[in-house]
Design a protein around this ligand. Sequence first.
Ligand SMILES: [Zn+2]
Length: 351
Amino acid sequence: MSVHVDAAGNIRGCYSATQPSMPRLLIGSHLDTVPRAGAFDGVLGVVLGVALVNLLAGRRLNFQIEVVGFSEEEGVRFGVPFIGSRALAGTAGDIDVLVLDAIRAFGLDPSRIGEARVGDDALGYLEFHIEQGPLLESLDFPLGVVEAIVGQSRVDVVFEGKANHAGTTPMNLRRDALAGAAEWICKVESEAQATHGLVATVGRLQVQPGAGNVIAGTALASLDVRHADDAIRKRAVAAIQEHANEIATRRGLSVSWECRLDQASVAMDPLLMENLKHSVRVSGYPLHQMVSGAGHDAMIMATRMPAAMLFLRSPGGISHHPDENVRAEDVAAALMAGEAFLEKLRESALS
Ligand SMILES: [Zn+2]
């Protein structure tokens, strides 16, 4: 393979086809992860791409293969995720000055990030990734074909009541912001439990003034809602907001609602997905289709070209943690399915 580092810090290895004019398949994932992480998030997908090319043992196909190790997927250092994959998709946009400085300090020229954009010869993108969840393990399946990456809403919600003395204020004269928030949080949970495939989470709660002998005057809560179907997600967010309003009115509180993120779900490409499903089956593994609850580079690449994704079982469902792991036999399964995928693509590119 001929290897270079592009101006966004992506490592890109190109394996040529039988003819230079033939289209290219991209196989990739990210090289970075989070602090105190495990060893497999992201980089396993890069290694599997390299291993697949290695398995070809020099045999050339009727398409090129470009293996990409994406830079900065997690957004840990600068709070901006997907810098590498957005450069390939041509959607890097205005890059923060701190990021530009870091790119220069690394010895690259950020004014050339536009050149990292993939040309029109790309026929698709394939990503292998650990599931980072417990579903495949619960089914005892090694692999899962991703159908879509969920859409996501994030909202900041503030319940406002009246802080007062915990001893002298009778129960019927209170406007307790925390009790209102607590009732609402249980409604968030039951709304998600009642809707197939919906997950909704209040993961952060700040209480003011935050003293044991003072009724809470203010409760600031986060809300994270995800579903593969954007219409279902939006309906759920509207219902959850309605619950907040009803609870606040009944308890004499006010509630404010600020939407921080409304990100649409991303479907994987039907043809590449069919190819991947076929590849899992002919490799002798049970087929499971699933949605990804987390964002991935494939979500960005799907804006530019057909994309497909294959999950590998995560032992214990653990990720972003030193205990993150993968089974050797599942890696072998992914390699077999990957080989079948390349073969199927070769046949379809011939016709
Ligand atoms: Zn990842």
